[in-house]
Design a protein around this ligand. Structure first.
Ligand code: S3P
Length: 443
C-alpha cells in the first residue's frame, strides 16, 4: 500500500532514566521470508511473532494476490496455505510494495521463473531506489523486464517459461539481491549459484533449508558460494519469528545515552550476520549483557540487559558494514554522545536505502549541533559531552531516520523534532508506546 497519510511531526525531549522491559517486534527480514516461503510451499505454514508493520502487511497482500491463502489468526499469528514452487497465479492488479525494498525485490525474484506477468509499484521512496541490481540477474534466468528509466519502479516482469539456471556474483553486498536470485532459482531445473564477496544476512538460506530445500554455503577463494538445487518440494513449516535486532537497536541506544537507564530487551536475534552493531557497541565500552542465549526458530537469540555508561568513539571497519547495514543511523546518534570521533567506513550502500541515510543523518545531526564529516562511502561523527539539540530533522519517508532522531532528543539539551514520524509504522508500529513505557518523553 502506498502511504497517503499526512506527515506527522513528532518531538522528543530530554528524559529521566529509562527503565523496564522492551518487547520489540518480530524481525522484518524473517517476517517477509516466512510469508513468501509459506506461499511457495505445499501445506499450511503457521507463523508466530510476525511483524505487523506496513512493509510486511504489503508482502502478505502480495502473496494473496499470487494465489496463496493468507490469514491473520491473532496478533502476530498468521496462516499461509501455499501454492507450491512454480504455483503462483497471475495477479489481477498491480502489486504495490509500499515502502519496502525487501518486499519488492524478493517477490520479483519469487515470480520471475514462473510464466506469469506482474507489475510492481511502490511509494515515492521505493520508486527512487535502484532495482536493476535485482532485475539484471533475473533477466539471466530468461525473465522479460520493462522498467522506468534507470531501472526504477514501476516494473513489469514477464516470468520465464523455460528458465535457465544462473551462476551470479553479486556486485554489492546485498541480501536482497542474493535472496531474489535464490527464490528465482527455486523454479529452475539444476543448480543456481550466488557468490558474494562478503557474507550478508543469511535468513533466506536458513529458512530455505528449514523448508526442505537442498542448499549449501561454502567459503572458497571466490568468496561465499551459495548453491541451491532447483525444483524442490518445499514443505510447510511452523515459523517462530525472533525479535528484530534492528528494532531493538532504538531502545538499546536510548538506554545507552540517557543517564541512569537500565532496560531489558528479551528474545533478540543474535544471528552473526546481523550482529555488527552489538560488536561495535561493546568496543565502544557499552554496558550490554547477553543472557539466556538460546535457539528460536532456527536463529540464535538472547535477552539483552543494557545500562547507561560512558562510551568512546571507535572506527567501524568496512568489512563489518553488511552485518549492521540498517544500524548506522542509530549508531551515528549514539556516537554523538561518545568521547572522540566514530568513523564508519564502507557505507556507500546507505545512500540507496529508504533515503540517502548518510545525507539524512549528517544534515539532521548538524541541525542539532553535532559535527559530521562525510565522503561518498564513509561518515564520521564527532562526539561531545553535551549535545545541544533544538533542531528539526527531515525523515525523508525513512522509518529509521525518524526513530534515530527521536532517540537523539531523549538526551539532548533542547528537544529534537522530526518533520514526519508516520514512516515508523513500516517496521515498528508500537515504537511510541514502547518508548513511552520505558519513560521516554516523546510523541
Ligand atoms: C534486507 C537486506 C538489507 C537491509 C534491509 C533488509 C533483507 O538490504 O538493508 O533492510 O531482508 O534482505 P540490502 O540487501 O539492500 O543490503
Amino acid at each position: 500500500m502506498s502511504h497517503s497519510t499526512d506527515p506527522r511531526p513528532m518531538t522528543a525531549r530530554r528524559s529521566g532514566p529509562l527503565r523496564g522491559v522492551a518487547q520489540v517486534p518480530g524481525d522484518k527480514s524473517i517476517s517477509h521470508r516466512a510469508l513468501i516461503l509459506g506461499a511457495l510451499s505445499v501445506g499450511e505454514t503457521r507463523i508466530t511473532g510476525l511483524l505487523e508493520g506496513q512493509d510486511v502487511l504489503d508482502t502478505a497482500k502480495a502473496m494473496a494476490a499470487f494465489g496463496a491463502q493468507v490469514e491473520r489468526l491473532a496478533e502476530g499469528e498468521w496462516s499461509v496455505h501455499g501454492v507450491g514452487v512454480g504455483g503462483f497465479s497471475e495477479p489481477e492488479g498491480v502489486i504495490d510494495c509500499g515502502n519496502s525494498g525487501t518486499g519488492v525485490r524478493l517477490i520479483m525474484g519469487a515470480m520471475a521463473t514462473t510464466p506469469i506477468t506482474a507489475t510492481f509499484t511502490g511509494d515515492a521512496s521505493l520508486s527512487r531506489r535502484p532495482m536493476a541490481r535485482v532485475t539484471d540477474p533475473l533477466a539471466l534466468f530468461g525473465a522479460q523486464i520493462a522498467a522506468r528509466e534507470g531501472g526504477r519502479l514501476p516494473i513489469t516482469i514477464q516470468g520465464a517459461a523455460d528458465p535457465l539456471p544462473v551462476r551470479y556474483r553479486t556486485p554489492v553486498a546485498s541480501a536482497q539481491i542474493k535472496s531474489a536470485i535464490l527464490l528465482a532459482g527455486l523454479n529452475v531445473p539444476g543448480e543456481t549459484v550466488v557468490i558474494e564477496a562478503e557474507p550478508t544476512r543469511d535468513h533466506s538460506e536458513r529458512m530455505l533449508a528449514g523448508f526442505g530445500a537442498d542448499i549449501r554455503t561454502e567459503t572458497t577463494a571466490e568468496g561465499h558460494v551459495i548453491t541451491l538445487q532447483g525444483r524442490p518440494e518445499l514443505r510447510a513449516q511452523p515459523v517462530a519469528v525472533p525479535r528484530d535486532p534492528s528494532s531493538a537497536a532504538f531502545p538499546v541506544a536510548a538506554a545507552l545515552i540517557v543517564p541512569g537507564s537500565e532496560i531489558r530487551v528479551p528474545g533478540v536475534s543474535r544471528n552473526p550476520t546481523r550482529d555488527g552493531l552489538y560488536v561495535t557497541l561493546l568496543e565502544m565500552g557499552a554496558d550490554i549483557a547477553f543472557e539466556n542465549t538460546r535457539e528460536e526458530g532456527g536463529e540464535p537469540v538472547a535477552d539483552l540487559v543494557v545500562r547507561h555508561g560512558p562510551l568512546k568513539g571507535v572506527t567501524v571497519p568496512a568489512d563489518r558494514a553488511a552485518s549492521m547495514i540498517d544500524e548506522f543511523p542509530i549508531l551515528s546518534v549514539i556516537a554523538a554522545f561518545a568521547e572522540g570521533a566514530t568513523v564508519m567506513n564502507g557505507v556507500a550502500e546507505l545512500r540507496v536505502k529508504e533515503s540517502d541515510r548518510i545525507d539524512a543523518m549528517a544534515r539532521g545531526l548538524e541541525a542539532n549541533g553535532v559535527r559530521v564529516d562525510e565522503t561518498k562511502d564513509s561518515m564520521t561523527v564527532h562526539g561531545m559531552a553535551q549535545v545541544p539539540g533544538g533542531g528539526m530533522a527531515v525523515s525523508h519517508l525513512d522509518h529509521r531516520i525518524a526513530m534515530s532522531f527521536l532517540v537523539l532528543g531523549l538526551a539532548t539539551q533542547a528537544p529534537v523534532s522530526v518533520d514526519d514520524g508516520s514512516p515508523i509504522a513500516t517496521s515498528f508500529p508500537d515504537f511510541l508506546p514502547l518508548m513511552q513505557g520505558l519513560g521516554a518523553d516523546l510523541g
